[in-house]
Design a protein around this ligand. Structure first.
Ligand SMILES: NC(=O)C1=CN([C@@H]2O[C@H](COP(=O)(O)OP(=O)(O)OC[C@H]3O[C@@H](n4cnc5c(N)ncnc54)[C@H](OP(=O)(O)O)[C@@H]3O)[C@@H](O)[C@H]2O)C=CC1
Ligand SMILES: O=C(OP(=O)(O)O)[C@H](O)COP(=O)(O)O
Length: 341
């Protein structure tokens, strides 16, 4: 069993912890927080040993009825690998501790590529991970872009990509960022960071991205155009998506045309926390013009799509499963991830 520590038990960390606990070859040896909050009670309820960054706060936790297993360093020492899901920028500060303890670590998209020196996506570059101590799972938007670009690049070749990201303003629980009522160009400059981020995994792709933020909390929406190298048809492209285990199709017949309806759908499907782990490509939007021009809209659930990627990244860095498809299969099966559509 691979012993996994989750440093940072927030939006991403708590999902990764549950995903690790569901795997047949992994166990959660601890999770960490800095303060008492609802998620500390969830750790207790799940039975995950809770470690804290600053042991002087032990009494505050214990007064709230939450047992503290030790400090973060003790958690790291007990682990084979750590998933760092602390807020963006904290991972960079944690890296020297992982180096000192000789622990493998996975950072999230809030860190720069250079923090790990290797950026990861299971379908695109799983096999390159084994030689690294550190990896970074690219951000939610970049994960969604990499999946769809890589799939079409493998099938038809991608000459160039132009994409617009309509980004959710905050996570549903993130009250400190709201209320909001604006469309914010974020950034107003072009390109946004997403294109260069895609290039950390797929360096050969010619991509320019634009991004803005709108007042919604569940899911980003991408408008994507790609020039393909080989002529194809809409039907062939749909087949590529149907055969991809992490690209789902929002079928026309469902009548779903928004993030809100898609969230209701995942909730009704009984997905944990309503999570859409896969890309949600809108079937109606998939278009091929003049044989080589591809267009689509896709929804990306920011809290969820990086979760299975973190699980595959654990196996890839540990070198326990060599075949990416086998790891992806194991992860999907344990999570119950059967792509919609
Ligand atoms: N939320 C999203 O949509 C996505 C986020 N990401 C990336 O994932 C990473 C985590 O983001 P997210 O889950 O949203 O963040 P959250 O703020 O939801 O959670 C962060 C967690 O880290 C803990 N923490 C804070 N400081 C420390 C520290 N010094 N040592 C240990 N734990 C600490 C917090 O505990 P406490 O509350 O007790 O301080 C909290 O449990 C970021 O890099 C982000 O960019 C990637 C894809 C999507
Ligand atoms: O990684 C994310 O977005 P990104 O792909 O736009 O960088 C997550 O949605 C978190 O980003 P934010 O919390 O900085 O908006």
């Amino acid at each position: 069993m691979i012993k996994v520590a989750i440093n940072g038990f927030g939006t991403i960390g708590k999902r990764v912890a549950d995903a690790v606990a569901a795997q047949p070859d992994m166990e959660v040896i601890g999770v960490s927080k800095t303060s008492v909050s609802a998620e500390a009670y969830i750790a207790k309820e799940r039975g995950y040993p809770l470690y804290i960054a600053d042991l002087s706060k032990r009494e505050t936790f214990e007064k709230a009825g939450i047992e503290v297993a030790g400090d973060v360093e003790a958690m790291l020492k007990a682990a084979d690998i750590v998933v760092d899901a602390t807020p963006g920028g904290v991972g960079e500060k944690n890296r020297p501790i992982y180096e000192r303890l000789g622990k493998k670590a996975i950072f999230q998209g809030g860190e720069d590529h250079e923090v790990a020196g290797f950026s990861f996506n299971a379908h695109a570059n799983y096999k390159e991970a084994e030689k690294h101590q550190f990896a970074r799972v690219v951000s939610c938007n970049s994960t969604g872009l990499v999946r769809i670009i890589h799939a079409l690049d493998q099938a038809f070749g991608v000459a160039r990509v132009r994409a617009v990201m309509v980004r959710r303003a905050a996570d549903p629980d993130d009250v400190k960022r709201g209320p909001v009522d604006a469309i914010v160009l974020n950034p107003a400059t072009i390109p946004s960071h997403h294109g260069p981020d895609v290039n950390t995994v797929l360096p050969h792709i010619n991509i320019v991205t634009l991004a803005m933020i709108v007042p919604t909390t569940f899911m980003h929406m991408h408008s994507i155009q790609m020039d393909l190298k080989k002529e194809t048809t809409r039907e062939e492209v749909l087949k590529v998506f149907e055969n991809h285990s992490r690209i789902g199709l929002v079928r026309k017949a469902t009548g779903i045309k928004s993030n809100a309806q898609l969230r209701e759908y995942t909730q009704d499907l009984g997905r944990p926390r309503t999570d859409l782990w896969e890309n949600g490509v809108f079937e109606e939007s998939v278009s091929i013009l003049d044989g080589k021009e591809f267009y689509c809209f896709q929804a990306i659930h920011q809290e969820a799509d990086v979760v299975p990627e973190n699980i595959d990244c654990i196996r890839a860095l540990m070198g326990t499963v060599k075949d990416p498809q086998e790891s992806i299969r194991m992860t999907n099966e344990a999570l119950g991830l059967v792509a919609i559509g």
